[in-house]
Design a binder for this molecule. Structure first.
Ligand code: IMP
Length: 193
């Protein structure tokens, strides 16, 4: 059984990836491992933040681990909020406030294309590997649905008519940015471990 620490305190993220785990891999959250503190995200890019979080946990535990960082990149806002997605409206990292600000900034705009981009950083012995997952879509005119977290209520993935928050976890996992990055990580583990 391979034990992998997922460097997150976000229960939604943990549930998403747990549902995608192949047999033989056991996911352990930071809370389960006894690491309760917030890891500072001081990087200028998603890549840097994922590396910072992963290195922090690897230095502390010496165990195989991975961290993810996600950004919502909106075309009409020149890629914002991007790496600042969590603290877009304020330092409180509040989902409702972030959504409100996003809809306000896009008010009157018909061009509403956006994408979620996730970077997963894995530390496995001396191997440091990054995996990227992207899903394209559009920003809605108002929040739709109640499942998921973050910007899910205002994001409709390409080829669909419902927001991520109107889908259950299983359906979101067939197309999401994080699921796509995680699939690449699992593939790497299959080939290398
Ligand atoms: P982080 O990767 O946890 O730092 O997330 C950055 C921001 O993106 C936060 O505001 C999250 O709520 C949001 N976010 C991350 N993943 C998702 C997702 O799958 N759906 C919607 N919002 C997300």
């Amino acid at each position: 059984m391979t034990e992998l620490i997922f460097a997150t305190h976000n229960l939604h993220k943990l549930q998403e990836l747990q549902a995608l785990l192949p047999a033989g891999i056991n996911l352990i959250s930071l809370d389960e491992y006894g690491i309760m503190q917030e890891i500072p995200e001081t990087g200028a890019t998603l890549e840097e933040n994922a590396l910072i979080k992963c290195q922090f946990v690897y230095n502390k535990t010496g165990q195989p681990c991975f961290a993810d960082d996600t950004g919502l990149e909106v075309e009409a806002l020149d890629g914002r909020p991007g790496v600042h997605s969590a603290r877009y409206a304020s330092l409180r990292k509040n989902d409702n406030e972030n959504i409100e600000k996003l809809l306000y900034e896009l008010e009157g705009k018909t061009h509403r294309k956006a994408r979620f981009r996730t970077i997963i950083q894995l530390a496995w012995d001396d191997d440091y590997m990054q995996f990227e997952g992207i899903v394209n879509g559009t920003i809605t005119l108002e929040p739709l649905g109640f499942s998921g977290f973050g910007y899910d209520p205002v994001f409709i993935p390409e080829g669909h008519e419902r927001s991520f928050a109107e889908m259950d976890l299983e359906e979101k996992n067939t197309m999401s940015h994080r699921a796509r990055a995680f699939e690449k990580l699992v593939e790497w583990l299959r080939e290398n471990v």
